[in-house]
Design a protein around this ligand. Structure first.
Ligand SMILES: [Zn+2]
Length: 1004
């Protein structure tokens, strides 16, 4: 037989597009439409409903960027439609390819009850099935004219990303506002033909099934009269019934479809718009659940649930009902789908505490799976945190975005820095926005790497990013794919049911050790520096606030601000969302974030100040130093306060012949040349040089930085091909502070001022940059005379190692990586640390010198970028950074100095001596939180971990009358299967594995 595949396939496409799909709505009449444009920000629903609208016609422009327009549509169902199914079609001017990225709406009845959300893939509202004819229809639409930021030509700089700069030009034209007859048979025929047509082209050409489908499709098309599609659709469907009824092969891949709408808590829209996006999607999904008995929908991010509860109580009632039925399912157990590279130890833990607690409090539900489909890589500290939160499974698909290396498993055990293993699944469908297309289902089955030993994978199904969720079309396709020859099978299931099957069928999955590094979006460690600094500062202040208020509560009966801290934590956690902290949102989001962080800092400083004053005693007679760091500092114990001792002596300042200076504190001698560069940092105790011979540290380097796509997210490796060393100084002079040197440089349109001081054997570098560059990357370089194959950088509750070399493609791909407070590199017996109060990105490379055959380990921290999308003004303005170079640092010194630079001493008038609430007799054991229990019982909660990667046996002593102790999870719930240590005279002996995390709860 001749091969006519292409002919039939092309016929199917044209007939579907031009004749069958249009026949789904065979008759329509226009509705009367009126509109009221809210003058500013969104108004309450009642206000929108009560407004007096003016007439508007289809085809008219509407919608200033970020505006809200309340449409009222009204009409009467024609009498001769009696007995038919009738829907309202509401097209606000949609582009069907951009659900979630353009205008959207939420439809209300006149009494204010929500009906469903409107988006390009969901434009209908059911009037009746069947109608009687003559019904009056009146609906209101709260329409958001969110502008398109990410267009067909992506990554073009735009001023639309902030209401302040977006202008008032209408963004949309009203397209269709009709009452229409809905022909269910034609709609079903469309789904039949889509499913079979999409499956057909995925099948092997030499297999019989492909040809069976082709011939069936051809017979169906023959049976349809194109001048009477509605009258012949049933005959067309009859020709397809046979091929739709043949079951899947016993070995077919099994897909657990999970209804889903990935909703970025902020991204190309501000936070306030996400509140409404969530309301639209949840309205849609509760409506779909009512219509489709097999369908299951999951939603992560407790914050988004809380928004619905607070802002849309009428939608919330529907959600609560669907949750009770077990079909609208909380997942993830985190406050938001956060970044996991940058959040500090406690913040990462609190994502789970607040997320899980919300679902427990509202529904009594605790889920086991962590749901992070879109997060930009996963730090190796995370497995232990997941376990300590009482969860045990992780889902993400993001690693499929890696540029170079294909991850070898889809189902595996992920092992973190402490050895904790978490059962992990990467959906092989490679998307969190599956739409049940044949190509997606076939890709999942083909792509699945664990074939032969495992058969199940998960497919998050529904429009996402900007929300939307699952559609009735997807549900209809899934029904046909339940058991269909040639296809993977598809069943709606909860993540818990999927994981139970996946674990049962795969008792010995492969193991991946260490971070799940995303080989993309590496610049998210640097973009929007002020957002990152706000996060780091907030984390430090929260630690201080909890520590000092707990201390003041126990010692002085000071009120512990439970509700305030709860609210602030949730604000900080929200801003760790995977497009806020990474710096990949529009200008509006980051402008607001800066203000929010300032308010958080002010509030926390007030809390800290009040607690310290409550503790400090008589204010007239001296000054106290409070030390919030987990290690003693200048004679002040960790977590305690004592009188000010003599200040550390300033380093001696000497001049050099070249116009430079020498700073020497007896421990470290730093030579700054006439260019303001550090040409030597000599460790006087170890008698060895830190800086590679012939090279200079504290060197600012600037690179062009225009990635191939995703400007705020990506830095591409070719950025390193071109570099300018900023060696010309405008000024090198003694600084205002004794024993300091000030260096000023101008470059491009920018200017940088640095103050270098040497104290306690450490070189402190304070950098202020007035940054006015475009598409540039600014690095601060330290060429170190250290021979090392690997280096450490801090992660949550410990640190992880990465290679300094690029032997493999996996190592080469990690050309920009994340640190928390320190990066550390060492030879046996001698190391050097670089600590930072706010930067996260860095790179480490190595070269061998011709001069002396020694190895230079080049450590560079990333200071600033200047991408122009999505925020065209990213990082323009003044920024301040603190770094310190610590020659001679062992890993324990790196850890300690990292805490010190992030937790400066506080001085408060007073004369009391404040003993810590908790002391530990081993510096390797780091206390990350001292707080009162969240349940208001007054119990003291202490969280600590072994920080150096070794064993620790320590005694932890309480500075209060402890009456009992329990080992708990992160939610402060006692662990039934872990024996509490014996409490003797207020202290306990603890023995910790490398990086082991422990939470103790002391009753008083
Ligand atoms: Zn996302």
């Amino acid at each position: 037989m001749h091969d006519d595949r292409e002919l039939v396939e092309a016929r199917l496409k044209r007939v579907l597009d031009e004749r069958i799909r249009p026949a789904v709505y065979p008759a329509s009449v226009p509705l009367d439409v009126a509109v009221w444009h809210a003058p500013g920000e969104p108004v309450p629903v009642a206000e929108g409903l009560a407004a007096s609208p003016s007439p508007i016609a289809v085809g008219d422009p509407w919608g200033a960027p970020w505006g809200t327009s309340w449409f009222t549509v009204a009409g009467t169902v024609p009498a001769d439609w009696a007995g038919r199914t009738v829907e309202v079609i509401l097209d606000l001017g949609f582009d069907e390819n951009m659900p979630g990225f353009q205008c959207e709406g939420l439809v209300y009845r006149p009494d204010g009850t929500p009906v469903k959300g409107l988006n390009p893939r969901n434009q209908w509202v059911r009037v009746g099935a069947p109608v009687q004819g003559g019904e009056e229809v009146r609906l209101h639409i709260e329409a958001a004219s969110n502008p398109v930021i990410l267009d067909y030509h992506p990554f073009v700089p735009t001023k639309l990303g902030d209401k302040a700069t977006a202008g008032s030009e209408p963004q949309y034209r009203l397209a269709r506002m009709d009452l229409a007859i809905f022909d269910e048979t034609v709609w079903q025929l469309v789904i039949d033909l889509e499913v079979l047509g999409e499956l057909m082209v995925e099948l092997p050409v030499d297999g019989a099934r492909r040809w069976e489908l082709l011939r069936a499709v051809e017979r169906a098309l023959d049976a349809i009269d194109l001048q009477d599609v509605n009258g012949t659709a049933a005959a067309g469907r009859a020709e397809l019934a046979g091929v739709l009824a043949t079951p899947a092969a016993p070995s077919a891949h099994r897909i657990s479809a999970v209804g889903h709408a990935h909703i970025d808590s902020a991204w190309l829209w501000p936070l306030r718009e996400t509140v409404r996006k969530v309301a639209r999607t949840t309205s849609n999904m509760t409506a779909l659940l009512e219509d489709e008995p097999d369908f299951v929908f999951v939603m992560s991010q407790a914050q988004q649930w809380a928004w619905v509860k607070e802002h849309r109580p009428e939608v919330w009632a529907r959600v609560v009902k669907a949750v009770a039925a077990g079909r609208f399912v909380p997942t993830g157990g985190m406050w938001v789908e956060s970044d996991t590279n940058m959040p500090g130890s406690e913040a990462m833990a609190r994502q789970f505490v607040h997320g899980k607690r919300f679902f427990l409090d509202e529904f009594g539900i605790e889920n086991d799976e962590v749901w992070l489909p879109d997060t930009f890589g996963f730090a190796a500290g995370l497995p232990q945190i997941i376990k300590a939160a009482g969860s045990k499974r992780l889902l993400t698909q993001k690693i499929s975005w890696s540029q170079v290396n294909k991850f070898p498993h889809h189902t595996f055990l992920w092992e973190g820095i402490d050895g904790t293993r978490i059962f992990t699944h990467f959906p092989p469908v490679d998307t969190y926005n599956c739409s049940m297309k044949g190509s997606e289902i076939a890709h999942a089955a083909r792509n699945f790497k664990d074939k032969g030993v495992a058969r199940h994978s998960l497919a998050p199904t529904g429009w996402g990013d900007g929300g939307g969720g699952t559609t009735r079309e997807m549900v209809a396709k899934a029904a046909r794919l339940r058991d269909l020859e040639g296809s993977a099978t598809v069943t709606w299931e909860t993540p818990a049911d999927f994981f139970a099957k996946a674990e049962a069928e795969y008792p010995n999955p492969p193991v991946w050790v260490g971070e799940l590094y995303l080989e993309l979006h590496r610049a998210t460690l640097t973009s929007q520096a002020k957002t990152k600094q706000g996060n780091r500062r907030s984390e430090s202040l929260l630690r201080e606030a909890e520590l000092w208020t707990a201390t003041a509560a126990v010692r002085a009966g000071h009120p512990y601000p439970h509700e305030q801290l709860d609210r602030i934590w949730k604000t900080v956690l929200l801003h760790q969302f995977h497009d806020i902290l990474p710096g990949s949102s529009i200008a509006w989001v980051h402008r607001e974030a800066e203000k929010t962080y300032a308010a958080v800092a002010e509030e926390l400083n007030d809390i800290i100040d009040a607690a310290q004053r409550a503790l400090a005693g008589n204010p007239g007679s001296g000054e106290l130093v409070f030390n919030a760091a987990p290690h003693a500092r200048n004679g002040v114990p960790a977590g305690g306060a004592s009188a000010v001792t003599a200040p550390a002596l300033a380093a001696e300042l000497r001049t050099r012949d070249d116009g430079g200076y020498v700073l020497d504190d007896g421990l470290l001698r730093v030579e700054i040349d006439g260019r303001g560069l550090v040409v030597s940092a000599y460790d006087l105790r170890a008698q060895r040089e830190t800086v590679a011979p012939g090279q200079a540290a504290n060197l600012l380097q600037i690179h062009p930085d225009f990635p191939n796509m995703w400007d705020a997210w990506d830095v591409d490796q070719f950025y390193r091909n071109t570099v300018t060393d900023l060696v010309d100084a405008d000024e090198v002079a003694p600084g205002e502070e004794p024993g300091s040197v000030r260096v000023v440089r101008s470059f491009g349109a920018s200017r940088v001022t640095q103050v270098l001081t040497v104290k306690a054997g450490r070189l402190d570098i304070r950098t202020e940059v007035d940054w006015h560059e475009t598409e540039k990357f600014l690095k601060l370089a330290f060429p170190l005379d250290v021979h090392a194959d690997r280096y450490a950088s801090e992660s949550q509750y410990g640190h992880a190692y990465r290679a300094t070399h690029t032997n493999t493609s996996w190592e080469a791909a990690k050309f920009e990586a994340c640190n928390h407070k320190f990066v550390h590199v060492e030879e046996p017996g001698w190391g050097v640390a670089l600590v930072t109060d706010s930067t996260y990105g860095h790179d480490v490379t190595r070269t061998v010198r011709a001069l002396d055959s020694g190895t230079t380990t080049m450590l560079r921290v990333s200071l600033l970028r200047a991408p122009r999308f999505p925020d065209p003004e990213t990082d323009q303005g003044t920024h301040r950074f603190s770094h310190a170079l610590v020659p001679g640092a062992a890993i324990g010194d790196a850890i300690r100095e990292g805490w010190f630079v992030n937790l400066p001493e506080r001085r408060v008038p007073g004369d009391a001596v404040i003993a810590p609430l908790v002391t530990v007799d081993d510096d390797a054991v780091v206390v990350t939180a001292v707080k009162l229990a969240d349940d208001g019982s007054g119990d003291v909660v202490v969280r600590f971990h072994e920080s150096r990667g070794g064993r620790a046996r320590a005694r932890l002593s309480t500075g209060f009358a402890a009456t009992g102790v329990a080992v708990t999870d992160l939610l402060e719930r006692p662990l039934a299967d872990v024996a509490a240590p014996e409490l003797t005279d207020g202290s306990v002996a603890v023995s910790l594995r490398p990086f082991e995390l422990v939470t103790l709860r002391f009753s008083r």
